[in-house]
Design a protein around this ligand. Structure first.
Ligand code: UD1
Ligand code: UDP
Length: 375
């Protein structure tokens, strides 16, 4: 082995993650690192900490425990980002890696990338180059800044690469790898399909604790958690009314595993949607199973827009823009915003569309490619 290649195989990697989607989307990278016997550790920021947003995924996806958890928890943007920044710096000084990997656009990503680059630790950004061009979204600020801090920009698509080039990022730093969510879906879908139907834990008082016994294609599945939707009472009311219209026009159940942020805001605004089955957030296999069999998905989640496209389930996005335009371009997704009638119209439209689109997010080998590049 040459000195150069020997040196490269010894590079130490720190995976920084903190929220549900980061855990899910980093799993293929972690599996590839494990497969290679690489020197790496996981640093959990603690941004998500409830069992069903955090630990459940480590257990179900059989991930190694994080070596460090800085328990940042919830707070205002400044408070949360600052706690993570300080905590990450402490860990990186004590257990210095050669490369830090972050995934996506959360406060954990921004703080992780910033702390690392200030210590001259190289940063790899998984899912680089996504842009909604909407600076009201905290995620847009986080993505742009994380990309600016990064030495390796893992763009999921050619479109994301072209955005980065346009912003002046050198070509040599950009790698089109596909999105690791494709790997995660392919690695878990069969297991999900073979799993028995779960009992869902309803959280509305009018629904008894029972299995929903859902037959394929006989229900709609919803997720909704984004700050600009759920913290704004007008938008939240509009979306819930839209979902009620959909439930009554098609006479099909609307299942909504509710994110704690949305649950908190519904309580605060005293909103009690009718004809929507609110259930606790689900583990990944149960959610994948429900998603792959849904008639249609209605969501404001980034990951769910991608999964719908990969699973060939039509999607109505409850937002005015998306940083995943590939889903719209292939015909898998449409933007409905937060107006009740528009949500109903978009649902009608998507139910008539053919689902023969091609998945634009890669071949399911993104995790391996990323690991080959950084180790
Ligand atoms: C965060 C990300 C968002 C991502 C989402 C994934 C930012 C700015 N936002 O949003 O991009 O799409 O995660 O789900 O980074 N809470 C709990 N338990 C938890 C975590 C949060 O109950 O484990 C509740 C708390 O009331 C908290 C609220 O949810 O105040 C919001 O949590 P936070 O991490 O600030 O943002 P998310 O809405 O989860
Ligand atoms: N997800 C899950 N259980 C749920 C809802 C979502 O496992 O009850 C998964 C989903 O499959 C996707 C990810 O969570 O992989 C998306 O996370 P989220 O919507 O919280 O964040 P975003 O992708 O919008 O950042």
């Amino acid at each position: 082995m040459s000195t150069k290649s020997k040196k490269r195989t010894q590079r130490k990697i720190a995976i920084i993650l903190g929220t549900r989607p980061e855990i899910i989307k980093m799993t293929p990278v972690i599996r590839a690192l494990e497969g290679k016997g690489a020197d790496y550790y996981i640093l959990h920021t603690g941004q998500h900490y409830s069992y069903n947003l955090d630990r459940i995924f480590f257990e179900q996806l059989k991930l190694p425990d994080a070596r460090y958890n800085i328990d940042a928890g919830s707070g205002s943007h400044a408070e949360q980002t600052a706690k993570i920044l300080v905590g990450v710096e402490e860990v990186l000084l004590k257990d210095r890696p050669d490369v830090v990997l972050v995934e996506g656009d959360t406060n954990s990503v921004l703080a992780g990338a910033l702390a690392a680059t200030k210590l001259h630790v190289q940063v790899g950004h998984v899912e680089a180059g996504l842009r909604s061009y909407d600076r009201q979204m905290p995620e847009e600020i986080n993505r742009i800044l994380a990309d600016r801090c990064s030495d390796y920009l893992f763009a999921p698509t050619k479109k994301a690469k072209s955005i980065l080039l346009h912003e002046g990022i050198p070509k040599s730093k950009i790698f089109v790898t596909g999105n690791t969510i494709v790997d995660a879906v392919y690695q878990n879908l069969e297991i999900a399909r073979r799993s028995p139907n779960r009992n869902f834990r309803p959280i509305t008082s009018h629904v008894e604790h029972r299995a929903l016994n859902l037959e394929p294609r006989t229900y709609f599945l919803v997720t909704l958690h984004r700050q600009e939707n759920v913290d704004n009472s007008t938008r939240l009311k509009g979306i819930l009314q839209g979902l009620e219209l959909v439930a009554s026009e098609f006479s099909l159940p609307v299942i909504y595993p509710i994110h704690p942020r949305a649950a908190k805001m519904m309580r605060q605004f005293r909103l009690k949607p009718k004809n929507i089955e609110l259930v606790e957030p689900l583990d990944f296999l149960a959610f994948l199973q429900l998603e792959s069999n849904a008639r249609l998905l209605l969501t404001d989640s980034g990951g769910v827009q991608e999964e719908a496209c990969i699973l060939k389930v039509p999607c109505v996005t409850l937002r005015d823009n998306t940083e995943r335009p590939e889903t719209i371009n292939v015909g898998a997704n449409v933007l409905a915003g937060a107006t009740p009638n528009k949500i109903l119209e978009c649902t009608r439209l998507m139910l008539q569309r053919s689902t023969k689109w091609k998945n634009p997010f890669g071949d399911g080998k993104a995790g391996q490619r990323i690991v080959e590049i950084v180790t």
